[in-house]
Design a protein around this ligand. Structure first.
Ligand code: PLP
Length: 398
């Protein structure tokens, strides 16, 4: 007789993780994986930050029992996140209009935000950028939403199709949920200018849209406060908003799953009610978050010398990525003189939409260099040892 699962079909492979599987199976010792979404140091290693090691040592000096955390997570963590995301002197904190819950990474923050919104805005649709982080669509669909794209990337200019984006925002029905990358757009590396953000904020406000800012790379574009500026400008309007943030990249704590969801309400009394409902979403999903990562981040952020160290280490990652962008541009100028790669220097964050076609990406793979079919490469996977081989291979496939 047929088993309960005999009719279940194989799910499609995750496109990004599929690259890593192919990479792992490649026996060429000179293989290079540019398909990842992880920061590597110049030695090609995922860093274990010194601030994290010191915070862990400090925590181990006084080991504590692993009781359950509150549903909303560690209070010290939630407070530190609010100050980082909104700014320590933010009116939304002073007026107790912001509420924050610790989440299972940035993905977990998006998911509890999506589940919360589905309960209270069941008739709304979700809009994500075209293209967007490959999990946005599936995540909001799995929460029950219909998901649409709004115009974002312009392949011709290798920048943002801002007119298209603005027109899309203006055409969205009131109450629509619009997911915006607060900084370091994944996958394109193309961000809006301050002036463009002003116009986006005005359109979101005028259209009564619900902004959901996703900030997975705070500190990787221009600095912690600089990158948080968009969130702060949205908050300054007084409109209701959601912000997911992640420390996977900025603390190199991928596997600890440390992130948070913050919601800004119109009054503190409203914030209290919203938090009570958000806690129900958490309780019915995974009850409460894990202890270790949250404690580490809270310890670093609340200990002045560790915080200073973190800011230096984060700046080090940001600067190294910029150096790799410049090196790639300069080296390609020499190796492929007919081609202009200047845009790579203008892009921010971990990624570059390199403009390489699917066919060209395929040819790179023949040389054991792995990139995403869309041409997305992880600039943070380049280093002083592998960059010449990558540039030579790109010059060859152009
Ligand atoms: N949002 C964006 C735009 C991302 O790029 C990522 C990670 O790649 C996430 C959210 C998820 O972050 P986390 O790994 O902390 O779940």
């Amino acid at each position: 007789s047929a088993s309960l699962f005999s009719a279940i079909e194989m799910a499609p492979r995750d496109p990004i993780l599929g690259i890593t599987e192919a990479f792992n199976a490649d026996t060429n010792t000179a293989k290079i994986n540019l398909g990842v979404g992880v920061y590597y140091d110049d030695k090609g290693k995922v860093p274990l930050l010194e601030c994290v090691q010191k915070a862990e040592a400090k925590l181990m000096e006084q080991p504590t029992p692993r009781t359950y955390l509150p549903i909303e997570g560690l209070a010290a963590y939630d407070k530190a996140v609010q100050e980082l995301v909104f700014g320590a002197d933010s009116p939304v904190i002073q007026e107790k209009r912001a509420l924050t819950v610790q989440a299972i990474g940035g993905t977990g923050a998006l998911k509890i935000g999506a589940d919360f919104l589905k309960r209270f805005l069941p008739g709304s649709d979700v809009y994500i950028s075209d293209p967007s982080w490959e999990n946005h669509r599936a995540l909001f669909e799995s929460a029950g939403f219909t998901v649409h794209n709004y115009a974002y990337y312009d392949a011709a200019t290798r920048g943002v199709n801002f007119d298209g984006m603005l027109a899309a925002l203006k055409a969205m029905p009131a109450g629509s949920i619009v997911v915006l990358h607060a900084c370091c757009h994944n996958p394109t590396g193309a961000d809006l200018t301050q002036d463009q953000w002003d116009q986006v904020i005005a359109a979101v406000q005028a259209g009564n849209l619900v902004p959901f800012l996703d900030m997975a790379y705070q500190g990787f574009a221009n600095g912690i406060d600089e990158d948080g500026a968009v969130v702060r400008r949205f908050a300054a309007t007084g409109m209701a908003m959601l912000v997911s943030n992640s420390f996977s990249k900025s603390f190199s704590l991928y596997g600890e799953r440390v992130g948070a969801l913050s919601i800004v309400a119109t009054t503190s009394e409203e914030a209290t009610r919203v938090l009570s409902q958000l806690k129900r979403v958490v309780r019915t999903n995974y009850s409460n978050p894990p202890t270790h990562g949250g404690k580490v981040v809270a310890t670093v952020l609340a200990t002045p010398e560790l915080r200073k160290l973190w800011e230096e280490e984060l700046a080090g990652m940001r600067v190294r990525i910029r150096e790799m962008r410049s090196a790639m541009v300069e080296k390609l100028k020499a190796k492929a003189p007919g081609h202009d790669f200047e845009f790579v220097r203008e892009q921010v964050g971990m990624f570059s939409y390199s403009g390489l076609t699917k066919e060209q990406v395929g040819k790179l793979r023949d040389e054991s260099i792995y990139a995403v079919d869309t041409g997305r490469i992880c600039v943070a996977a380049l280093n002083s040892t592998n960059i010449d081989r990558v540039v030579d291979a790109i010059a060859k496939v152009l």
